[in-house]
Design a protein around this ligand. Structure first.
Ligand code: ZN
Length: 269
């Protein structure tokens, strides 16, 4: 319990950093310098106004200096990251597997909100995340699939990394083909390159089955919410750009934690 609470605390701090990334990476700004500042009045934010969750609540979501509204996203990103860290350590203990799912949670939270706000999925999270997922597969065994049948090696670490790479490439290819066909039929771009790279990250972490499930759930979620949104707001369906990465990220979080972290852990598979 104590470990899980400490992990949640670490999640709050990481979430706070992710908020900086969500704002700065799509604008090509450094995430290290300058220190946190208010985007409205450009005044630096003191450490006491930068405490995750607490400062937002105490300041009632407004900048202390200019009173500008601070997006509720800051609060949601910190809480979601903390929740995934808590969940990972609660179910998996202080293990490398838990570290893998902490990182996976953080990546998806960041991608959900960068796509929702800026319609951008930064390479740092998609491609960087895919590379991290493959490295983790060396230490955390992936479910054995095609690669274990086809590769003439017996080293479990090599096979596991192979499964991760294969899943990343297969999902990327599959989504790229869907996007290509859509473009041919509708004569406009349906999927961005960012979505294709994002699904590589999900494949690298979850393996083929998990990633395909996330892709299906994310597409259904995106299609239904997108249609309702267009219906209710009366937006033009031919120009409305759906933040597919947001839905994909939500589905990937759900599948990763519900199936991999909780169900597998409970069933001991
Ligand atoms: Zn301000």
């Amino acid at each position: 319990m104590l470990e899980a609470c400490l992990a949640a605390l670490a999640g709050l701090l990481i979430g706070s950093f992710l908020n900086v990334c969500v704002y700065r990476l799509p604008r090509d700004l450094s995430v290290v310098r300058p220190r946190s500042y208010c985007p409205a009045c450009e005044q630096p934010i003191g450490w006491f106004d930068n405490i995750p969750v607490l400062s937002y609540l105490l300041l009632r979501g407004r900048c202390r200096k200019c009173g500008a509204h601070i997006p509720v996203r800051y609060l949601v990103v910190e809480l979601l990251t903390a929740a995934s860290f808590f969940c990972a350590v609660w179910f998996l203990g202080l293990t490398v597997t838990a570290a893998k799912y902490c990182l996976y949670g953080a990546l998806n939270v960041a991608l959900i909100f960068s796509d929702l706000e800026e319609r951008i999925l930064p390479d740092e999270f998609t491609l960087g995340g895919a590379a991290a997922g493959i490295v983790f597969a060396i230490f955390v065994p992936m479910t054995q699939g095609l690669v274990s049948l086809l590769l003439p090696v017996h080293n479990q670490r090599v096979i596991s990394a192979g499964e991760s790479i294969f899943a990343a490439l297969f999902c990327t290819g599959a989504l790229w083909v869907v996007g290509f066909l859509y473009q041919r039929v509708r004569h406009r771009e349906g999927l961005g390159l960012g979505d294709v790279k994002m699904v590589a990250m999900i494949g690298a972490f979850l393996g083929l089955q998990g990633a395909l499930l996330a892709l299906i759930v994310g597409s259904l979620l995106g299609a239904s919410v997108g249609l309702c949104y267009i219906w209710f707001t009366g937006k033009d369906a031919s120009t409305y750009e759906l933040p597919f990465g947001t839905f994909l990220g939500a589905a990937a979080l759900g599948v990763g934690f519900a199936v991999d972290v909780i169900l597998r852990n409970r069933l001991g598979v």
